[in-house]
Design a protein around this ligand. Sequence first.
Ligand code: OGA
Ligand code: NI
Length: 338
Amino acid sequence: MDAKVLSSGIRYSNLPQSYVRPESERPRLSEVSECEDVPIIDLGSSDRSQIVQQVGDACKFYGFFQVINHGVALEAVKRMEEVAYEFFKLPVEEKMKLYSDDPSKTMRLSTSFNVKKETVHNWRDYLRLHCYPLDKYVQEWPSNPSSFKETVSNYCKEVRALGMRIQGLISESLGLQKEYINNVLGEQGQHMAVNYYPPCPQPELTYGLPGHTDPNALTILLQDLHVSGLQVFKDGKWLAVKPHPNAFVINIGDQLQALSNGIYKSVWHRAIVNTEKPRLSVASFLCPCDSALISPAKPLTEDENGAVYRGFTYAEYYKTFWSRDLVKEHCLELFKNK
Ligand code: OGA
Ligand code: NI
């Protein structure tokens, strides 16, 4: 391939061989149905105990849900989407100045998932940013488009506040103090992946992102309203999550699965691609601070199973996560108590 990234303006008529999954690993799109009942939780409701109940049920039975009336200004969301599209429309030479395949970089444009480790590539480009503390990282962000820094900073602040609020609700739904999760996670980091999935000549043969769980605590996903692609694994089947207007998709990451002693699941999800239209998604990840000690909350370990996971630091977990290929067993399996 000529360009390292996919968003180079080249339209492929065939899928390059390095993206073709072996037969047994393909998405089998004709077998996927739409998930009719993804929980939609109205955070604008005045009945807090009902919200807590809904969050708890969603986390237990789905591992993901959508939120509406979430408090993030719709204008901030719209501007975020616009600037993300503008970024990926820049000339490839301009974007390549930011390219790196080193996952330890705090700002980079990259492609696929982990180019150096994986055997088959994914039909995705992504811009990855660290977003907290903002004044530490914002200088290294793209300065083209010129509104990028301001627009994305503003979006990040709003989304962070939403994430904290949701972690409060999740704590309460587990019968813990509202601040329990936020206290354990320490001074939380925040990362962003702006994902761009160009039209793909043969979506049946590849992925935008293959099935994975998110290694962090909580993910707040803004997905393209007009082009779907997110699928989640539920009850042994892949289901398509239909985009809902003005909603975010929230999913539990591996850290909250560990902290909840496995009561809440960090579900497998994936992004598939299509032949027609590019798709954009913006994933915001709340991450424990590196030194945060993650272990199942005491009150949740008092049945015969005890603590399912051993304690670990987030730094240890993160290193393990990035040292693997994406399509393997759940990374948390490696942290189970024997
Ligand atoms: C991710 C992710 C899904 C999507 O970035 O971790 O799962 O729809 N993205 O892009
Ligand atoms: Ni994900």
